[in-house]
Design a binder for this molecule. Structure first.
Ligand code: KIV
Length: 277
């Protein structure tokens, strides 16, 4: 565990990480990490490790509920996860992802869904995906005092329209993406999440806007980096996206522990007298 007093992250502060802290880190050129979290223990561990921002992502669809995409996850399924993460943390900024179909319909629909995530889930900010067609939604949230992060580039909720998991913003499309980023900054978004975009394009966006950018598969030029925690910790098996780095082998650690438990039950070693009333 890093030394609590020397760690640079604002989660070492006594109070909650707030939007100005992220903005100040951009000004100082300090990079920061964001992780997804979907439950109490992961949230508490990541906050303790100094992660300033936790995202309760719609990736819960794949990583909690076992779907093969994010499309199926519902507001009713996500709100309890947001509540668990916000209850378990005192300092991290908790961002709730709006699920597919819960905000695209209209700015009013977006507003009502976002309010549910903040009132019922205790989220501090909201994330939504999209391009310029989402400007009215972002403006509606900002006008209501709801901080909003906009997810641009590859937007998984539009995977069928985008023709699958493809890098966005290549070639001539780069200029369009920079314009999209600037438009969301102007609309009042507090940050941009940039997914699967060439590194030089994400760096261009990061320089073009004054708000923080967080990258995933977008190179090292963003202000922050985000990963799905099960990817980061090596819990997921099978083919991994190129942008994932595994920082531990949790699948092995958990598997070994479960095997040892089963072996000790079979041999009669567990429970011992010390575990028995
Ligand atoms: O839902 C999610 O996990 C995301 C990732 C891109 C971080 O949006």
């Amino acid at each position: 565990m890093p030394d609590q007093h020397n760690a640079p992250y604002p989660t070492r502060r006594a109070g909650r990480v707030r939007l100005p802290h992220l903005q100040e880190m951009k000004t100082r050129g300090e990079k920061w990490a964001m992780l997804t979290a979907y439950d109490m223990y992961s949230a508490a561990v990541f906050e303790e490790a100094g992660i300033p921002v936790l995202l309760v992502g719609d990736s819960a669809g794949n990583n909690v509920y076992g779907h093969d995409s994010t499309l199926a996850v519902t507001v009713e399924e996500l709100i309890p996860l947001v509540r668990a993460v916000s209850r378990a943390t005192q300092r991290a900024l908790v961002i709730a992802d709006l699920p597919f179909g819960s905000y695209q319909g209209s700015p009013e629909q977006c507003f009502h869904t976002a309010v549910r995530f903040m009132k019922e889930g205790g989220a501090h900010a909201i994330k939504l995906e999209g391009g310029l067609e989402m400007l009215a939604q972002v403006e509606r949230l900002v006008a209501s005092g709801i901080p909003v992060m906009v997810h641009i580039g590859f937007t998984p909720q539009a995977e069928h329209q985008l023709g699958g998991y493809r890098v966005q913003g290549k070639g001539d499309d780069a200029q369009r993406l920079v314009a999209v980023a600037r438009a969301f900054e102007k609309a009042g978004a507090f940050a941009l999440l940039i997914e699967m975009v060439p590194g030089d394009v994400a760096a261009r966006i990061t320089h073009a806007v004054s708000i923080p950018t967080v990258g995933i598969g977008a190179g090292s030029g963003c202000d922050g980096q985000v990963l799905v925690w099960q990817d980061m910790a090596g819990l997921r098996s099978g083919q991994l996206p190129r942008f994932v780095k595994q920082f531990a082998d949790m699948r092995k650690v958990l598997g070994d522990a479960a095997q040892e438990f089963a072996a000790q039950v079979a041999s009669g070693e567990f429970p011992g007298p010390e575990h028995t009333f």
